[in-house]
Design a protein around this ligand. Sequence first.
Ligand code: ATP
Ligand code: MG
Length: 421
Amino acid sequence: MISLQPVRGTQDLLPETMRRHRHITETARRLAALYGFCEIATPVFEFTEVFARPIGEHTDIVSKEMYTFLDRGGEEITLRPEATAGIVRAVLSNGLTQSAPLKFFYTGPMFRYERPQKGRFRQFHQIDVEILGVPQPQADIELIALGWRVLNRLGIGQQVVVELNTLGDRESRSAYRDALVSYLSARQAHLSEESRGRLARNPLRILDSKDEGDRRIVAEAPEFSAFLNPASSAFFARVQAGLDQLGIAYRLNPRLVRGLDYYSHTVFEFVTTALGAQGTVLAGGRYDGLVELMGGPRMAGVGWAAGVERLAMLIGDPPTEPRPFVVIPIGEEAEAMALTIAETLRSDDYRVELSYSGNLSRRLRYANRIAARGALLIGEDERARNVVKVRDLDSGEECEVLLDPLLSNLRERLKALSEAG
Ligand code: ATP
Ligand code: MG
C-alpha cells in the first residue's frame, strides 16, 4: 500500500487555499512592479555550497534545517531554504553585476527541515524582493515601504507592527560582538545550553533566544547603539527619517537580530500577535557583504521575504471571481450544441461549465454548488426551436433566447445577468 499521508511538514494546497495564496502573491507582484521590481525565478535546488557559505554554518538553517542529498551523479544538492543566495548566484552566473541597480521579485516554495507547527512547515512559500547595487538608505526605505504597502493592500496593516534595528557595518559589529561576548562569558554558567554553544560561534543570535533565563541576561546586555560608528549611525538615522517622512510607524527593537549571517546595517521584521509563536510574517535587511562573499564584486544588497502561509492565515476572504454559467443539455444532440455554445461564450471570457450528466435537478444542484449566476437549459424542445432557456439562478426567472449565428442575443442576456451581480 502507498502511504496516503503527505510527508510531515508538507501540505496540499486545495483550491480554496490556493486562491488565497494567489491573491497574496499577485497583490505583491503587482505592487512590486510599481517600484520597478522584475520577476525572476531560480532553480528549486542548487549546489549545497550556494547556501551553506552565505547563510552561515552556525545558523539554524545550515546547521539543522537544510534538505541536502547526493544526487545520482554524486553532486551534493540542497533544496533551497530561502531565495536570496540563489538570486545572488544567478546574478553572478549571468553576469548581471554591471547592470545594477537590480530589483527582483520572487515567489516560490522553500524547504526547511523544521518541527512542523502552526505557521511552520517543511515546504512553505515565500514572496521575496531584493535590491542589488544600491548602497544608499533609499533602498532600505523603499523596500520597507513596499512591504508595508503589500500588507495594507491585503488588509492586514492594522495587525502588524514593523520592528527595526541596525547591525551596523562590519567594524561596528565586531566591536559590539566583542563587548557582547565578554558580557555573556561572565554569565556563561547561567545561559542555556544552546546559548552557551552559540557564544563562540554566533553570539548575536543569543539576543534572539527564546529561553527565559537567557532573556533575563540579555535584557541587561550592552546595547548595539553604543557601538555604532558614526557612519553606521548616520545610515540608520537616514532610514528612520525616510520612514518618518512616509508616515510608516516602526518600533525600534535593539534585540532584533536576524537568523542569517549575512546581514549588516538595517534589519526589520513585520510581526503580529495574531499567529502565536510564529508571529513574523515578513523579515529582511541589508546584506552588503553577500555578493562579495559569493565570489562577486563588492555590491550592496537589501531585501525581504514574507511567508505566504502566514499571510494567508491573516487575510480575509480574497475578492470573489466572476460567477460562472452552466450549460445544461438534455439529450445527445443538445450536448453537441452545448459544446459549441460553451466554447463560444468562453471566447468572450465568460466562465462557462458544461454539465456532463445526471437528471435536471441533479445538474441544477451542481450549478448551485458552484454558485453559478445562471443556467442555460437546452432540451429537445429548445433545440428543435433553436432557442436556449436562460434561468437566472438567483431569482429563478427564466427566459427564452433565440440563437442567432453570432449568439448575440445570448451574449447580451449573460452580460445583463453578470452585471446584475
Ligand atoms: P522564524 O523565526 O519564524 O523561524 P526565520 O527567521 O527563520 O523565521 P526567514 O528566514 O526570515 O524566517 O524567512 C522569512 C519569512 O518566511 C518568515 O518571516 C516567515 O514568515 C516565513 N517562514 C520562514 N520559515 C518558515 C516555515 N518553516 N514555514 C512557514 N513560513 C516560514
Ligand atoms: Mg527559522
